[in-house]
Design a protein around this ligand. Structure first.
Ligand code: HPA
Ligand code: ZN
Length: 332
């Protein structure tokens, strides 16, 4: 089997994908039209041309603008359903999906509208495509901790539909420490916790995510490599990093894919996983991310399998399910 065939054949779990970041321009136009909302682009080509980001903030500005056309439950359903179809093509058999309620509730959309649309797509993904999924609710870190606390309150009645809380948006200047209390409350309420850290922010933010937020996984975390003591901690604790190679390239976290540290992190024993982050904006879904690192870093068959195994080990599914997927990977 060639490396390409192996990548396609591997069952994979995706642990870092923002549902609002899977919004393809074609669907954006369709939903804008039916909701009679003007968008500042004339064509799909013009939208794609606007996607020339040079850092996280320049991406986020466009990403939040795109989300403005999402109004009705059906819109959120269509968005998530389109992503699940991509999962099926890429043999992603399990996914843990971020959503940003504040991006929508701040525009007057009900929390319930967002969650119901996403949940219905998750249910259909299970019955029609055999794909399992969890939802992870992210707090926008450029907003206040008080706003995050209000969002957590809104989520409590839906606790059984949300596996974890996370932290995303503009990293630098908004350290994990800003959200210590809301994460403590979320953990008390029984949510698992994750946080974006060490994407653009320094290793200190990864330390804070571990020590103050007490996260179960770090999202991105690639800048951890700058701190050898932190590296030892991540290795010893088997702390998963949900790495997003094409995202890092598009947002200039790395200059070119040959410079990406995912291979070095893997070789040093960090539990790294491969993920697409915002695939509509960054040039590809799960398999595209695998193809890009394979081409640039020349990973072995065993390393590709290890990345897929890591994705299940780091997932929030039960141990029996993990072992059953891992066995399938080892048998390939
Ligand atoms: N980083 C921070 N916030 C985000 C991202 C990201 O990669 N994608 C969507 N929101
Ligand atoms: Zn992300």
């Amino acid at each position: 089997m060639s490396h390409t065939e192996l990548i396609r054949a591997l069952p994979k779990a995706e642990l870092h994908v923002h549902i609002e970041g899977t919004f393809e321009p074609e669907l954006m136009f369709e939903i804008a039209q039916r909701n009679q909302i003007d968008i500042p682009y004339k064509s799909v080509e013009e939208v794609r041309q606007a996607y020339n980001f040079h850092n996280l903030q320049s991406f986020l500005d466009i990403y939040y603008a795109g989300a403005n056309v999402l109004i009705h439950e059906e819109d959120f359903y269509d968005l998530a359903w389109a992503y699940f179809k991509k999962c099926a093509e890429d043999h992603v058999v399990h996914t843990e999906i971020f959503f940003d309620p504040q991006t929508h509730t701040d525009r007057g959309i009900a929390f319930e509208t967002v969650l119901n649309g996403l949940q219905r797509a998750c249910n259909d993904a299970k019955t029609k495509l055999g794909i399992s999924s969890y939802l992870i609710m992210c707090f926008l870190r450029h907003l206040s901790e008080e706003a995050a606390l209000k969002t957590l309150e809104q989520a409590l009645p839906y606790k059984n539909q949300i596996i974890a809380v996370g932290l995303d948006s503009s990293e630098v200047g908004h350290p994990p420490a800003k959200f210590t209390r809301v994460f403590a409350k979320a953990r008390e309420a029984g949510f698992l916790v994750v946080a974006h850290a060490g994407e653009e922010g320094p290793p200190e933010y990864v330390w804070e995510a571990l020590d103050l937020l007490k996260v179960n996984r770090i999202d991105h975390g690639v800048r951890s490599e700058e701190d050898p003591v932190l590296m030892q901690r991540l290795i010893q604790e088997k702390m998963p990093l949900t790495v997003c190679p094409l995202s890092n390239l598009k947002l200039c976290v790395v200059d070119d894919m040959q410079q990406h540290n995912i291979h070095r992190l893997l070789q040093q024993g960090v539990k790294v996983t491969v993920n697409s982050d915002d695939p509509s904006y960054f040039g590809g879904y799960m398999n595209d991310n695998f193809f890009a690192i394979q081409k640039a870093l020349n990973l072995s068959e065993a390393e590709l399998k290890q990345l897929a195994i890591n994705s299940f080990e780091a997932a929030f599914i039960d141990n029996t399910e993990k072992q059953s997927w891992i066995k399938k990977i080892q048998a390939l």
